[in-house]
Design a protein around this ligand. Sequence first.
Ligand code: GLA
Length: 708
Amino acid sequence: MSAISFDPARGVWLLSTPRTSYALRVDDTGAPCHLAWGPRLTLAAAGELVSPPAGEISSFEGRPPAGEELPVDGGTRYGAPSLRVQFADGTRAFEWQPVGHSTGEPSPGTAELALEFCDRHYPLTVVLHYRVHDDSDVIERWTVLRNTSREPLTVLRADSAAWTLPPRDDYRLSHVTGRWSAEGLLHREPVPHGETVLTSRRGITSHHANPWVMLDAGDATEDRGEVWSAALAWSGSWHVTVQRTPDGRTAFTGGAGQDGTALPLGPGEEYTTPRCAALYTDGGFGAASRAWHAHTLAHVLPHPEELRPVLFNSWEATGFDVSESGQKALAGQAAELGVELYVVDDGWFGARRDDTAGLGDWTPAAKGFPDGLTPLIEEVHRLGMRFGLWVEPEMVNPDSDLYRAHPDWVLHFPHRARTELRNQLVLNFARDDVAEWAYGWLTRLVADNGIDFLKWDMNRAFSEAGWPDRAEGQDVLWTRYVHNLYAVIDRLRADHHGLRIETCSGGGGRVDLGILSRTDQAWPSDNTDAADRVSIQHGFSQVYPARAMTAWVTDVPNQLTGRCVPLRYRFHVAMAGVLAIGGDLAHWTAEERAEGAELVARYKEVRHIVQHGTQHRLRGPGDDGPTAVQYTTGDRREAFVLVWQRAPRHGTPLPVLRLAGLDPAARYRDTGTGTVHHASVLTGYGITPDLPRGDWASTSLHLVRVDE
Ligand code: GLA
C-alpha cells in the first residue's frame, strides 16, 4: 500500500507510516475533518469511521470542539481555534471551500499530501500539508496561508496543525516545565476539562516549557501503552492548547506565536507556519522517546552520522577572565585528558570583562588577545584539537560601540523603558540590516580564523518587543526574527561546510526541532550539578536524543548548587550524552587527571552506542533507588548501561535492572569483568548493578555480543 491513498467514494485520505495510520476527509460543509490517528488501518477500514452528520442537539452546541484538522474561528465553532483571520473589511469567520489536492514524493522515502482550500468569499487560500516517511511513524504537518487579494488581512492565529485523539475513557498529559538552570521537569497529569495552554511568550522556545506534548489514556507506562505525541519545530514564542471537551474528547492545536499578536499578511503574501511533527506509538513513553530520537537522527539533525567530539568549554573554568596565555595552558591540559574540541566561551571580545559591557563588539579583546585569536587557534590545532568559540549574535550591551552607533537596532517601543536583563538588550533580528550585519561578521570570523565550532548563545527573554514605524504592524517581528535567525545560521552553514554549531540560550532556553535542524548539539542547562542533571537529562530525553545533548563534567563544589559529588559520578552522568569537560583543569590533582583521562578514553570506546544507539530508560529518577539508562546499537551487538545512585537507604535492597533491546538468543560479554550473560537472563530476570557502597555511587556496564 502506498503511503498516501484516497477513497473517492467516501472522500477519505489515508496516510500510512510503517506502524500507524492517519485518516481524514473533507466533510459536507467543505471543512477538513479528522477520522483516525493510531494503529494501522486499511483504506476500507478507515472508511468505516465516516459517520453521518449528527443532527442538531440544541441551539447551544455547534460543531463538536474536537475532530477537525484545523478548527477555524467561524460558524458555530466554540472550541480553541487553530486559524483566526480578519479581512480588510473587519469580517472574521472563515468559511471552508475545497479547491483541490496534490500528492508527491519530494524525496525518496517521503510522501506529501497538500489539501488546498479557499474562503468562500474572501481571497484567502489555506493549504494543509502532510508529510510521511517510510522509516518513521512521525507525521509532519504545516499550513500555508496565501492572501490572493489586493488588500491586506490580519492573521490572529495560524497554527501548524490540530491533532485529535481517538475516544478513550481518560486522558493524561506529559510535558516539561522549568526555569533557568532547572529545565526539563517532567509532569504527567490528567488532562483537565477545559483548555490547558502551554506557551512561551518570551520570543524563544524557553526554559519554562518546551514545545512538545505526550498524551495517553492515563494507562501508559515507560514500557507499555499507547502514546500520542507532538513537537513543534519552532524557536520563538509558541503555544499549544490542549482541550478536554465537555463530551470527553481530547484534541490539541499548536503553532508559533502567542495570543494577542496580529500578523499582517499583505496582498500576494504567503505565510508558512512552522512544522508540527506528531507520532503515535504503542510501546509506552520509552518507545515514544525512541521513535523521536530515531526521527531526529534520521530527519532533523544536519549531520546525524557524525560522532560528536569530546569538547572542553572554558566558562566555568575561567569565567570572563579569558586570555591567550590562560587559554593556551588550559588547552594543553584538556588535550592531555583526550579532549578533541576546545571551546573558548564568553569574554574573548571587545570590552567584555564582565556582563556589563562589550556584547556587540565582536573583535578579540586587545588586552587578552593582543595578536588576535590566531596564536591560540594555532596552538589548539597543534595540540590536535578543533577550535570553537562562543558568540551571542542577537544581543548588545548598552555599553558597547555597537549600541552607541545603532541605538535603534534593539527591540523597543517609543516612550517605553528599554528593560535590561543581564545588562543587555535584544537586537531586532527581524530587521534585515541587523541580520545582515550579524551574518557578515560571523562569516568573516569563521573564515578568517578557521573556526570549527560556534556555541551560539541567547541570554535573555524579549521585552518591550516593538519595532517602531513598521507600516505593516510591529507584531511581524515575532516570526520574522526567528526566520532571519534561521537564515543567518543556514547561510553560515552553507558558507562553511565544516562548521558545527551548538544551540544555547542560557542553557536550555532554545532547544526544539526547529533549531536542531540547523545545529549539531544543544546545551540543555547551565546547571552542571551532576545530581540535578540526572533529572534535567531525563526531561531532555523524552523527545531529544543523546546525540544532541552536551554534558559537561565540572568542578565541585558546584558553582550553582555548592554540592560535591565524586568525579566518577560526574563523568558517568555526562557520559549519557555528548561528553564534555568544563572544570578548571589547572586545579585538578594528578589523580583526578588520570581518572578523567581514563573515563574520557572509556567514553570514546562506547560513544557510538550512546550517540547513535537506541535508549532505554531502565529506571527513571524520582525515588531512592538508582537511575539507569541503557543504550544499544541498532544491530544489538553492543549495549552500554549507566547507573547512578544518589543516597541508598540501609535495608532497601538494590533493585535488579532488566535490560532491554538485546538479541534474545544471544549471550553478551561484560567487557569490564569478562563475565558472559545470557540475554534471556539480562532481559527476563535482570541483574543487580555492581554499585560501590555509599552516596553518589555510579557504575557503567559495556556488553558485547558473543559471536558463537
Ligand atoms: C550563558 C550560557 C553559559 C555561558 C554564559 C556566558 O549563560 O548558557 O554556558 O556561555 O552564557 O556568558
